[in-house]
Design a protein around this ligand. Structure first.
Ligand code: ADP
Ligand code: MG
Length: 231
């Protein structure tokens, strides 16, 4: 069986409502959606070992089926530059989690490549009761959260529709470059939308998907956080 199918099946058999970030990103990778490089560490020493392997700077994130919003509990620390940073961030995150949710089941610590800051976009999918899987696109931060500047299309989307989703947001000029900011790789976003469309069409057991944020560069893009919620 394909990896994505077996991950989704296992989660539903365990009656889990959402995938771990590691699982969600593995599913994304199988559908050609670019994600930050990651490895799941079982202890502090292994976190250091994986950080050296991935290369600094790295990000540490708690992995727990009981913590869907990781930074709310102090479960994410970014920009770790050496082994000492990783060791102290590891302890810090464990302490934060213990304080906020002492009974949370801990699967491990995610060691992740740190994606350089860039223009952030969001790709989402929900299930409309009438039309089925529906895609959403917007720019990160205030554009989505305050201005609600987003577009929707019913899946499956064609390449033209994907491109329209991008050009139709009011913030589109931000992506075409301004002042000292170079233009973002629109084709990379089109591809992510098409691959996300394929993913939610082929896996109707996905109730909600959130790629938030995706960093978009002059060349390429990288999903920094992925959430998948099951029916
Ligand atoms: P949460 O579960 O709280 O949404 P995230 O994984 O989204 O946790 O991490 C919180 C924030 O930390 C992100 O919105 C992003 O700004 C930053 N971040 C997380 N992972 C990375 C990464 N690999 N590279 C760069 N920034 C990151
Ligand atoms: Mg997030």
């Amino acid at each position: 069986m394909k990896k994505a199918s077996s991950i989704l099946l296992q989660a539903s058999q365990e009656r889990r409502k959402h995938l771990l970030e590691t699982e969600a990103k593995t599913v994304c990778m199988e559908y050609g959606i670019p994600v930050t490089r990651f490895k799941l560490a079982k202890d502090e020493a292994q976190a250091v070992e994986f950080a050296e392997e991935i290369g600094y700077p790295v990000v540490l994130k708690i992995v727990s089926p009981d913590l869907i919003h990781k930074s709310d509990v102090g479960g994410v620390i970014v920009n770790l530059k050496d082994a000492k940073d990783v060791q102290s961030a590891y302890k810090q995150i464990m302490n934060n989690v213990k304080k906020h949710k002492p009974d949370a089941k801990i699967v491990g610590m995610l060691v992740q490549e740190m994606a350089p800051q860039s223009t952030e976009v969001i790709v989402g999918a929900t299930k409309d009761p009438q039309f089925g899987p529906t895609l959403m696109f917007g720019l990160g931060g205030i554009f989505v959260e305050i201005l609600k500047d987003v577009t929707f299309r019913i899946a499956p989307v064609t390449e033209d529709e994907a491109r329209e989703m991008i050009t139709a947001v009011k913030a589109y000029p931000v992506l075409t470059g301004y002042r000292n900011t170079p233009p973002a790789d629109i084709e990379a976003i089109v591809e992510i939308l098409l691959n996300t469309s394929r993913l939610v069409m082929e896996h109707q057991e996905i109730k909600e998907l959130d790629l938030n944020p995706i960093m978009v560069y002059e060349k390429g893009a990288k999903t920094v956080d992925a959430r998948i919620i099951l029916e």
